[in-house]
Design a binder for this molecule. Structure first.
Ligand SMILES: Cc1cc2nc3c(=O)[nH]c(=O)nc-3n(C[C@H](O)[C@H](O)[C@H](O)COP(=O)(O)O)c2cc1C
Length: 423
């Protein structure tokens, strides 16, 4: 099956949501913490150290919230249903005072666990063959059962969108620490999963390189890494496993590498990263046209990657000062009208999609499903950060009626993700 087939197999419709409304017993939620055995060496992250701070801010817990007796630890990155399937690994090479190795970031305990020491081998062999990176290689992976526990097959989408958000969080921390980034989507993920000891329960999705590249062969990891489960119990989902395997080898479109040129003020941008939240309720307030276009322009800035999928943005404008309400394809109005009730309905009757100023839909005609979904998530992360930067609220929306949304927008491309921005 092609990537599109897997997306289509996880569509929501009015009927499918009625039949399976995704109710789960919260007491059965699998743990969202991966902890390597205690014999591994660990270092507590010290926020005074800029290297530690760079890594910490990619994934930091920024708020604890209790809802119906369950405490949620909310983070710099959003996650569908706050289930956080993503894990972060970072390889560091040639950094003063740090052993060259692959580290797992233990988000809950704020520490780095050294799971592999490098000699002439390393992650470069898989992600950027022929090069040696002095600096950082971040890997984002998904412990998919954390999400499939609730969202079943549709969690395929959420794992990939969440990964894209996590890549966006890494990019934001890099911006704040003046570090370059290059995203890598096409690489030998299956061999890497095997060598990282992930079995069928965790899979690598994306990669960020930050550092200096040198022409040099780096060997494949010389030793196996033991399997450690990222949940306390596990139930396999054969659809997710098959979909991941089948879409891992899809080659993305190629583009020339270009860096985004953001002009954010550091302190204010740090606050956006730190206080970023998904808004649960919006109050039908208009936003200014200037702010809307600023958000739009920053979201459309280049994605620093040679691997690429074009994501087109449809904006359904409800309340932007001086703009005619209606459906916009990019900057062009394609149908004037007041559509807030329709977007509320299309997003499974979620009031944020009705009461917002603009409902955004990200659509694409892609070659690589994994790349397209992660770029949609990454752009979604920009929407959050830039909206919050300009004092506008926002939420990602993964739940929508696929076919009806497509028909409403008048597109044949797949709808990958929706977002609401407003006040
Ligand atoms: C891929 C994705 C899909 C989401 N879908 C929805 C949604 O359909 N409705 C909603 O209210 N929130 C949605 N959210 C927001 C999450 O519920 C939210 O990120 C999570 O509860 C953590 O809260 P925070 O973003 O404030 O840190 C989504 C987030 C992501 C990343």
């Amino acid at each position: 099956m092609l990537g599109k087939t897997y997306h289509h197999a996880t569509k929501h419709s009015y009927q499918s949501v009625q039949i399976d409304p995704n109710y789960v017993d919260p007491s059965t939620q699998p743990s969202s913490v991966k902890v390597y055995p205690k014999f591994y060496r660990r270092w507590q992250l010290n926020r005074q150290d800029p290297i530690h701070n760079f890594i910490w801010l990619t994934s930091a817990i920024t708020l604890e919230k209790t809802y119906k007796d369950v405490t949620y630890q909310l983070r710099v990155n959003p996650s569908a249903g706050a289930l956080y399937p993503t894990e972060i690994y970072v390889q560091m090479r040639g950094i003063k005072g740090i052993i060259d190795g692959i580290y797992h970031l233990e988000i809950e305990n704020n520490c780095l666990t050294l799971i592999y020491e490098l000699i002439d081998d390393g992650l470069e062999n898989y992600v950027t063959p022929g090069k040696c990176i002095n600096g950082f290689i971040f890997l984002v992976s998904c412990v998919y059962y954390r999400s499939s526990w609730k969202y079943k097959n549709r969690s395929l989408r959420y794992c990939l969108l969440d990964s894209g958000h996590h890549l966006g969080a890494i990019a934001a921390s890099a911006y704040l620490h003046d570090r370059n980034t290059q995203l890598i989507f096409d690489f030998d993920k299956l061999t890497l999963n095997q060598d990282l000891g992930f079995e069928n329960k965790e899979f690598v999705t994306g990669c960020v390189i930050s550092g200096e590249a040198e022409e040099k062969q780096v060997r494949r990891l010389r030793l196996p890494i033991p399997f450690v489960n990222g949940t306390d119990y596990f139930q396999a989902n054969s659809f997710i496993e098959e979909a991941y395997q089948a879409t891992s080898g899809q080659i993305s479109r190629q583009q020339k590498l270009a860096d985004p040129q953001f002009n954010w003020q550091q302190t204010q941008f740090f606050e956006s990263v730190w206080y970023r939240r998904s808004q649960r309720r919006l109050y039908k307030q208009p936003i200014s046209q200037e702010t809307y276009w600023r958000i739009f322009e920053d979201v459309k800035q280049p994605i620093p990657s040679e691997h690429f999928e074009e994501i087109e943005i449809f904006s359904v404008v409800h309340r932007v000062e001086g703009m005619l309400p209606g459906i916009y394809q990019g900057r062009n109005l394609i149908q004037a009208g007041e559509f807030s009730n329709q977007t509320g309905y299309l997003c499974i009757n979620q009031s944020i999609a009705k009461d917002c100023a603009v409902t955004l839909f990200f659509v694409s005609d892609y070659l690589s499903y994994q790349t397209a979904m992660q770029i949609a998530g990454l752009m979604g992360h920009r929407v959050y950060l830039v909206s919050n930067y300009w004092g506008i609220d926002c939420s990602g929306i993964g739940a929508f009626y696929d076919d009806e949304a497509q028909a409403f927008l008048g597109t044949k491309k797949d709808v990958l993700y929706a977002m609401a921005i407003g006040k």
